[in-house]
Design a protein around this ligand. Sequence first.
Ligand SMILES: *Cc1c(COP(=O)(O)O)cnc(C)c1O
Length: 352
Amino acid sequence: MSNKLIDLRSDTVTKPSDEMRKFIASAPVGDDVYGEDPTVNSLEERVAELFGHEAALFCPTGSLANQLAIRMLVAPGEELLTETNSHIVRAELGAGAVFSGITTRTWLAERGLLRAEDALEIAKPDSGPYLVSTTAIAIENTHNFGGGTVQPIEEIKKLRNETQKLGIAMHLDGARIWNAHVASKVELKEYGNHFDTLSVCLSKGLGAPIGSLMISTKERVQKARQWRKRYGGGMRQVGIIAAAGHFALDNNVKFLNKDHERAKSIATAASKVSLKVIDPKNVDTNIVGLDLSSMAITAPELATQLKEFGILTGPLGSKYLRLVTHMDLTDADIEIVNKVLPDLLDRALKSK
Ligand SMILES: *Cc1c(COP(=O)(O)O)cnc(C)c1O
């Protein structure tokens, strides 16, 4: 056994490879606030084109890309609907309210899985002078806290159809849209087609150190560029970072399938102890969410035990432990996890 830690806390923990670093070192750069960084410009054009949209804006984080996007769709005092456990309402620290005066209502979905009717049931556009009007709906794909759930394209289409009749805009939080694309084989352009704005991350499974993009029409992206600067996100020779994004798109999408297989194998190993902890059928992509509510162990306790074996995991709730696979793991790492995790679960089950 090596001394190297097996880090399953997130797919954000990947480090730039030597090849990526070489590519970064040779990137042409300029002042991006003047629109003069050729590497940023080509990345923005490339990603917009990938999703069939007019324009894109390079951002330091996915949270900023999300916040700029929803700001373009929802006026102060108006309402954004989303699923209860989505990143936009749970993990961006109220930014929509703080920066944009956006109010939110949410619906709860098992594993975050989209059913168009859940969103439509609470959608209230054009609510007149006394009630809040819904102007946008945000969908997360894959759904992070739902356990890497891929949203069914049929439900997205149904929702798009109905919301277009109602005049409600749609935003995609596509931090892990690459995983959804690889798992479902739905084209990126098809995803792009159903949304007015999108955010995508290069810093998750694709292995870039930093970088996300907000994608939409030329007009919205132009406006979002001003707001990015206003928030202090105007960057200078940032082609240094955008180059990593190009490298990630060129080279790293192909590793995602492997991440998904490995997540499935971890889930399968854990499910042999108890299907209540995880059903491998529910592992769509690279996230394994263990439900410990039937076990005599909490997530922080199990995380501590795993750490003794050099395995780092994310206790995101008292009974919810998240394991995320990514391109910096090896087959040997997964073998260790698939031995240690079931052993510890088994011990917890027997001590109950
Ligand atoms: C990671 C993530 C983001 C963006 O996070 P940043 O840390 O701000 O880059 C947005 N949405 C989802 C679903 C995410 O998992």
